[in-house]
Design a protein around this ligand. Structure first.
Ligand SMILES: [Zn+2]
Ligand SMILES: [Zn+2]
Length: 253
């Protein structure tokens, strides 16, 4: 409903460059030109965390990840254009842009995703109240529609954490330590048609599938690794992750 109203009220122009959108693109918020400017993250990269850095010995990004967290990939570099899109998703109050971002993520084809369920990174209750929606959940739902995979909100924040953006890498780790736990009870599985609705009254029934964490941005990987740790503690065997953006120069290298 909210999306329909937004569609009526918003002019059909690109959110990033203000160019008019052709009518067939009325459901999108980003024009072709802006989308083609997003630079895909490409190999060579660390086969596990997808960080395109020269590798000498152990990868510093993923060395301390939990064993079940086997793979992370990001769609595009987080430079100016992509950053504006993430900003619109998180702070612009425009959750519909999730469709544009999910289209870029959907190109990634991590092994094992065919049988996987998608798990959004949860927001703390305070931030969720303030924003009115969880951007990762919007991304996961839009991606789920493209991949035809269900979305299950398996995780909750056990506490509100400080915004990661202002923190040093060491502080990021401490900030997210123990931040996630398994949701108790119905985890609000959402898929078009509600096909899997009844299977998920108990989150334990989902935990043994391959799980794909979905988030907007990969900076140091600390948040995703902590979420994977919570899933591993709950019994998960295989955790992957996809994000829309990847920080251009991780500040800890
Ligand atoms: Zn544009
Ligand atoms: Zn790595």
């Amino acid at each position: 409903m909210r999306e329909a109203v937004e569609q009526l009220l918003l002019p059909a122009e690109c959110l990033l460059c203000r160019a008019l959108l052709p009518f067939r693109d009325a459901s999108r918020l980003v024009c072709d030109v802006c989308r083609y400017r997003w630079r895909p993250v490409r190999p060579p990269w660390c086969p596990r965390c997808g960080q395109p850095e020269p590798l000498f010995g152990r990868c510093r990004v993923c060395a301390d990840w939990p064993a079940t967290f086997i793979l992370a990939r990001s769609a595009v570099w987080l430079d100016a254009g992509a950053r504006a899109a993430v900003h619109a998703l998180k702070y612009g109050g425009l959750p519909r842009i999730a469709h544009d971002l999910a289209a870029a993520i959907a190109v990634l084809d991590p092994p094992g995703r065919a049988g996987a369920w998608l798990v959004p990174i949860p927001l703390g209750p305070r931030r969720l109240r303030h924003r009115g929606y969880n951007q990762s959940e919007r991304l996961a739902r839009a991606l789920g529609r493209r991949w035809h995979r269900p979305v299950v909100e398996l995780l909750v924040r056990s506490r509100d954490t400080a915004a990661q953006t202002t923190l040093t890498p060491e502080a990021r780790l401490a900030n997210v330590a123990g931040a996630f736990e398994l949701r108790i009870g119905n985890c609000g599985l959402r898929i078009d048609g509600g096909k899997y609705e009844s299977a998920i009254r108990n989150p334990k029934s989902a935990i043994e599938r391959p799980l794909v964490l979905v988030d907007d941005v990969f900076t140091t990987g600390a948040t995703l690794a902590e979420a994977a740790r919570a899933l591993e503690r709950a019994g998960a065997r295989t955790v992957l992750a996809v994000t829309f953006g990847r920080a251009v120069v991780p500040d800890f290298i």
